[in-house]
Design a binder for this molecule. Sequence first.
Ligand code: SAM
Length: 261
Amino acid sequence: MLSYQHAFHAGNLADVHKHAALSWALSYLTQKPKPVTYMETHAGRALYDLSGDAAQKTGEAAQGITRLMAKLPAGHPYLDTITALRAQHGPDSYPGSPLIAQHLLRGEDKIHLAELHPQENAALRQAMRGSGASIHQQDGYALAVSLAPPEPRRGLLLIDPSWEVKTDYITLPRTVQTITRKWNVGIVMIWYPILTDAPHRPMIAALQNDHPEALTHEVRFPPARKGHRMVGSGLFVVNPPWGLEAELQHLSKTLFAPLKG
Ligand code: SAM
């Protein structure tokens, strides 16, 4: 049973880390006129209301994007995307990864999104209507395996599970290996939480063993509330675009390091 709902966490510190990296990478990819494919295994509902009950209940967005937006460098594609989408959807809206991608991509690019939860999938379809994105209600890992290599071949796959199913930590490296064997030029960006008991460590060791040239980037931050287990955010990127590492180091220093107090 799926119980995770991203509305409680949208715009939190982990989203800032993940969405800033995603925006930068997509903006880099679209500098060339060649078309690209964007795929997501775990899309969520794409549009969030930070004034809604869920976001207000946890206060995570207040500690995340609301606090850090003013610190994003002028002209950063993440900042520009939020600003443009707020002009369209209202000042308290927050774009999830599918809307960020749709905003940064062009008409000739292809988008495939998987979201398994019926309600989230319905909301995703509503948020993405008219975009031309293909929306699938199926397991995202199976979709990515079946689409690899996509056409166009240049592109990015975001794997952003809710980590509700503990076997994700074991199956993810195997699935990524299957996908990258079929699609060796694709950028594969994986997000993972850094929890107090660090269940990500063996998974990251397996991924690093399979993809020694990949980029691992982690940031630490105070827990959202007392006793909350998430104390950081990690990204593992196979075939990282040139410049992404420097960009993430810069964001670490300017956005995340000051949070430690
Ligand atoms: N990527 C989104 C973003 O950054 O805006 C957030 C996605 S949220 C962390 C994870 C989503 O995955 C949830 O909406 C959940 O319903 C969905 N989900 C869980 N298991 C799935 C699966 N096996 N395949 C597809 N979607 C799944």
